[in-house]
Ligand binder design. Structure first.
Ligand code: SAM
Ligand code: SF4
Length: 328
């Protein structure tokens, strides 16, 4: 099977697989009212076997990196088995997850033993009270202990995601930079993205990542060149810091030109873009092992519909009501 590619000659090495929509946090920009089931009960998310099959199909078509996300992926009781199932594919060299960090202190060593290679933890503020206000959970110290546990378990770098918001963290760059001076953390500021449910918050809080970029450049930070299965982050480094800073700016011109990822939702729909239209169902082809070719063919054909860019600039957020259901 040849590699997945689209009409704009982009190749897709990277699968972001959501394993659950459920989340125990209530981040203001994502699930401000908490998780509410939408005609889906918790048992109807992809099973371990279905996850095994879908990742096998992607691996056979050249996928090198899988990110497990959600909702909160670590809320799945079989999460460690999911990592192990993805690891069965030798071609998948990176197995990453994005987590709110809630279970990290307890479980990160077993995730690593099962094959997890990369870890992104969301931390929107280094102030415990503000962290609580943003996430609805008084878990700042637990998440910090989780990051320490990740290093103790042998991860040499941890990525920390922080959604850039005008009121909360745009003026706290100095605090964040002090935190990563002696820690091998890649701190990633993600520009707030507009979602169907988040229009008012977006208008209030959106601030461009260029504000951070300008400050970094003034302070002697330099841009690193990117490798092909990297995400879209612009990564900056500085000789005096062990940590790095990444900027994810989806509103920047040409953001989509380097797109290398596809998404599968927790109910098994293929999403060609985070802000695309309705997903393409794959689940009917995940029930048995002998459908691998048909599955790959459906994904390859669907890629013909992938658009050149998202339409966020026109205020079109697609069907994406919030990012918890296809995993950000
Ligand atoms: N629950 C996990 C977590 O929070 O890390 C994984 C899922 S979460 C949807 C994935 C990432 O999307 C998180 O880093 C989160 O901060 C980010 N995110 C959610 N909503 C966003 C929005 N409207 N704009 C930008 N980033 C967002
Ligand atoms: Fe949950 Fe992650 Fe969304 Fe926060 S960003 S509500 S932790 S899914």
């Amino acid at each position: 099977m040849s590699q997945f590619s689209d009409a704009y000659d982009r190749r897709f090495y990277y699968l972001r697989l959501s394993v659950t929509d459920v989340c125990n946090f209530r981040c203001t920009y994502c699930l401000p009212d908490g998780y509410r089931p939408q005609g889906v009960n918790n048992n109807s998310f992809l099973s371990l076997e279905e996850i095994r099959r879908v990742t096998r199909a992607f691996a056979a078509a050249g996928t090198e990196k899988v990110r497990l996300t959600g909702g909160e992926p670590s809320l799945r009781r079989d999460f460690t088995d999911i990592i192990a199932a993805v690891r069965e594919n030798p071609g998948i060299r990176q197995i990453a997850m994005t987590t709110n960090g809630y279970r990290m202190e307890r479980d990160v060593a077993q995730w690593r033993a099962a094959g997890l290679t990369h870890l992104n933890v969301s931390v929107d503020s280094l102030d415990a009270r503000q962290f609580h206000a943003i996430t609805g959970q008084d878990k700042f110290y637990q998440v910090m202990a989780g990051i320490d546990a990740a290093f103790a378990a042998g991860f040499t770098q941890v990525k920390v995601n922080s959604v850039l918001m005008r009121e909360h963290n745009s003026h706290q760059l100095a605090t964040f930079l002090a935190w990563i001076r002696d820690r091998p953390i890649q701190l990633r500021f993600i520009e707030l993205m507009e979602t169907g449910e988040g229009g008012a918050l977006f208008r209030q809080q959106h601030i461009s990542g260029t504000v951070i970029r300008d400050q970094l450049l003034q302070q002697g930070w330099q841009l690193r060149s990117r490798s092909r299965s990297d995400g879209p982050a612009q990564v900056f480094y500085h000789p005096d810091y062990l940590g790095e800073v990444g900027l994810i700016m989806p509103y920047e011109k040409d953001f989509c030109a380097s797109c290398n990822r596809l998404r599968v939702s927790a109910v098994g729909n293929l999403h060609l873009c985070l802000f695309g239209d309705a997903g393409i169902p794959l689940r009917d082809l995940l029930a048995a092992d002998d459908q691998l070719d048909a599955l790959q063919a459906r994904i390859a054909t669907s890629l013909g519909q992938k658009k050149q860019t998202h339409f966020l600039h026109q205020g079109n957020t697609g069907i994406t009501q919030n990012l918890s259901f296809i995993g950000g």
